[in-house]
Design a protein around this ligand. Structure first.
Ligand SMILES: Nc1ncnc2c1ncn2[C@@H]1O[C@H](COP(=O)(O)OP(=O)(O)O)[C@@H](O)[C@H]1O
Ligand SMILES: [Mg+2]
Length: 340
């Protein structure tokens, strides 16, 4: 029998989430995620960074992947099954074990009044990962992956932990169900620079030794460059450029990616991406036109950009949502060095 091609781990195709907000009699429509596509293949776990300014739609996309927010339109499949169609039982017995969240602030997820190990036992019991003594073994194993032991953690309260230890324990909690995908929304932005790298290294380690894929969400291009295999750069709900991180950040093609890269401080051009993370640029509110969402800020804007929405074109080993990269474009393209 011919072998069935494996279903992707995560398949997001033209995904949109609209929020409506009422102000008096008028209703405004906001596409928090707009026509976004990305695929994580099965069998080759990778770290995919979703990067962009505050308000670009990263958390909304993450919440849809976690099954916490319903898409307005588009496809969202996990291992070939539409996440929106899963029954509460499917979610409890399968999906929530497979896809685990890691949050920004580990202390916000632990009550100061409760011992942190109680969260580990709770997760193990809720998901019925093991019985009796095997529960402790499973917890110890998950802690081992993040460089801790149950003996060290047992009986401790959150205030007895450093930020790095707390984030390790929250990652260990996520690993108890042996997930295939972690969705980590700004997981290091509350940590000191010195701890940041150790947590990011842990994600790489999980990918390499446990086969776990990671959707790493960040406003910080430097850590995305350090950590991820591929990246998608978000702008007001769109993914404007996506591909291998070395290509996209080493030589950005979309004028918006070029602008973002140029706003990262570069003390030493050879070590551009080891610089301290920049403050995210302030999200700018500007009038919505029918065309490209970057048209009002783009130094290379053309007439059609204000009227038509660009497709996502393949160029130099990545996809770019910009008319400059449409096949057959004959004008002069910007280079990263020429960023104003
Ligand atoms: N529940 C909601 N209701 C209305 N608007 C929302 C809601 N959640 C997010 N938004 C809006 O969607 C946009 C994207 O937000 P978010 O996904 O949190 O972006 P990011 O994580 O990149 O900062 C923002 O303009 C935000 O105000
Ligand atoms: Mg967010």
């Amino acid at each position: 029998m011919p072998q069935q091609p494996a279903q992707p781990l995560l398949e997001i195709d033209r995904l949109t989430r609209v929020f409506l907000s009422r102000q008096g009699l008028s209703v405004t429509r906001l596409e928090a995620v707009d026509d976004a596509s990305l695929t994580l293949e099965a069998g080759k776990p990778e770290i995919y960074a979703l990067a962009g300014e505050s308000g670009s739609g990263k958390t909304t996309l993450a919440r849809m992947v976690l099954g916490l927010e319903r898409p307005t339109q588009g496809t969202l499949n996990y291992k070939g099954r539409p996440v929106g169609d899963l029954t509460p039982k499917d979610k409890r017995t399968w999906f929530y074990r497979e896809v685990q969240p890691v949050f920004q602030d580990p202390f916000a997820t632990f009550s100061p009044m409760k011992r942190v190990d109680s969260y580990l036992y709770e997760t193990a019991r809720n998901y019925r990962v093991a019985e009796g003594a095997a529960i402790e073994k499973r917890i110890d194993e998950a802690l081992g992956v993040v460089g801790l032991t149950l003996a060290e953690v047992r009986g401790r309260y959150p205030n007895e932990l450093s930020g790095g230890q707390a984030q390790r324990i929250s990652i260990a909690r996520a690993l108890i169900t042996r997930p295939s995908l972690l969705v980590a929304d700004e997981p290091v932005s509350m940590l000191d620079a010195s701890l940041r790298m150790s947590i990011l290294n842990l994600f790489k380690d999980l990918r390499d030794s446990q086969g776990v894929a990671v959707l790493y969400i960040t406003h910080d291009l430097a850590t995305a460059y350090y950590t991820a295999d591929r990246i998608g750069v978000m702008l007001r709900g769109w993914i404007v450029e996506t591909g291998p991180v070395e290509r996209v950040l080493g030589n950005p093609l979309h004028p918006y990616t070029q602008l973002l890269k140029s706003s990262v401080p570069q003390a030493d051009p050879d070590k551009a991406w080891s610089a301290a993370p920049a403050e995210p640029p302030r999200p700018v509110k500007f009038p919505v036109s029918g065309g490209c969402k970057f048209a009002a800020r783009c130094p290379y804007v053309m007439d059609r950009c204000r009227q038509e929405i660009p497709g996502s074109y393949e160029a130099e080993g990545r996809h770019v949502k910009c008319f400059l990269y449409e096949p057959g474009f004959s004008g002069v393209r910007p280079t990263a060095e020429a960023v104003p």
